[in-house]
Design a protein around this ligand. Structure first.
Ligand code: G6P
Length: 368
């Protein structure tokens, strides 16, 4: 039931907990045991995908962060280039369209004024086609795009987007795989990713088991004025999303940085009143990330590390560790987002803010 809070104190918490189910709904009918079912993209999609050699993504807010993660997937898995723009910026500048480019918008509501204006602008340019990743079937964005892939998040009421974001990522990963097929992604590799996707709903449930530990941790944020979120590679957009959630609902100033960029500025801010959150799945950049975190500890920064249990972080004095289950690398951006949603929720509760309706923000921004 989408319009009542049920046993939850807030829609946001309910929507965080719905993620396992709505991710499953977004996968249903779109993957077989081994493959992505391309027919689920609609009748027009195949002929369009055959022509695509690059992707342009445009979105706002949390949906833009989903686009930033997709860039990593498209380039590393599908082997095709991807540009990502903020809609309010894209709509007012001169755009050079590479031949063979698919224009993709991402939006929960499908009514965000800047995203819609960007689509209308793009429809006048020489893109092969426009595709919407959207949560509302009847929205303007879906109607005005050549085709769409719907996220099955159900109605999202909390202003801070949670389940819409993770289902967008699922849809965008499916898109990455069907484009990848045309650019050297083997059947065997595709089925490996599809096997991972089948495990995703259960992994979400596992990650949610850290809720109590994260609630404990949140006490250390409630009296702070600033926080820094660090990640490398596709975890950088995850860090951006974590920082955005904290800003939106707890009103703590939070910034995200690619961990390797610390020494070019943000290290100057680090002291013992600055909580630093690190997103640390066990990926190829882990060694580098550990080096960056040592720089934070050396300056007295308070580190909160969300790490894979196999990542070799020990409970040391300079770290507070939240251990997450070992997860397939491709799914890490989806799964590591969830503890950061919980963190911002619990901090906001401690601060007594209006979690579902944060001040000055709207669920859907339909004016410029
Ligand atoms: C508003 C909402 C955000 C959302 C953004 C884009 O700012 O508060 O949660 O990410 O709009 O919305 P859309 O519906 O286009 O995804």
């Amino acid at each position: 039931d989408d319009v009542t809070k049920g046993d939850y104190g807030h829609f946001m918490l309910k929507e965080i907990y719905e993620q396992s189910r709505v991710i499953q709904n977004t996968l249903n009918g779109r993957i077989s045991a081994e493959h992505v079912l391309e027919e689920s993209f609609g009748v027009k999609a195949k002929a369009i995908f055959d022509q695509i050699t690059s992707v342009q993504i445009v979105a706002c807010g949390t949906s833009h962060h989903a686009g930033l993660i997709t860039k990593y997937w498209l380039e590393s898995i599908a082997g095709i280039p991807c540009h990502v723009d903020i809609a309010s910026d894209y709509r007012y500048r001169r755009i050079i369209v590479q031949p063979g480019t698919l224009f993709v918008t991402i939006s929960q509501s499908g009514e965000t004024a800047d995203t819609l204006a960007a689509l209308r602008y793009a429809n006048e340019l020489s893109y092969v086609a426009s595709m919407a990743i959207c949560n509302v079937a009847t929205s303007s964005l879906v109607r005005e795009s050549d085709f769409s892939l719907l996220t099955m998040a159900g109605r999202e009421i909390g202003v801070a987007s949670t389940k819409a974001f993770t289902t967008q990522l699922v849809a965008l990963l499916l898109m990455t795989l069907v484009l990848g097929r045309r650019h050297g992604l083997t059947e065997e590799k595709e089925s490996g990713y599809v096997h991972d996707l089948h495990k995703l709903p259960a992994l979400v449930t596992d990650v949610l088991k850290q809720d109590t530990a994260i609630q404990q941790l949140s006490i250390q944020f409630a009296d702070k004025h600033h926080a820094l979120f660090l990640g490398r590679g596709p975890q950088y957009p995850v860090a951006k999303e974590g920082a955005l959630k904290l800003k939106e609902i707890s009103y703590i100033h939070a910034e995200a940085y690619p961990a390797g960029e610390l020494k070019h500025g943000p290290l100057a801010l680090v002291d013992d009143r600055m909580p630093v959150v690190a997103v640390a799945p066990n990926d190829e950049l882990l060694g580098k990330l550990k080096g960056n975190l040592a720089e934070v500890s050396a300056r007295g920064g308070k580190l909160f590390v969300f790490a894979d249990e196999s990542a070799g972080f020990d409970d040391e004095e300079e770290y507070q560790l939240i251990k997450l289950p070992a997860v397939p690398e491709v799914l890490a951006p989806i799964l590591y987002t969830i503890p950061l949603q919980l963190l911002s929720y619990h901090v906001a509760i401690l601060k007594g803010t209006d979690v579902d309706h944060p001040r000055n923000l709207a669920k859907s921004v339909t004016v410029e």
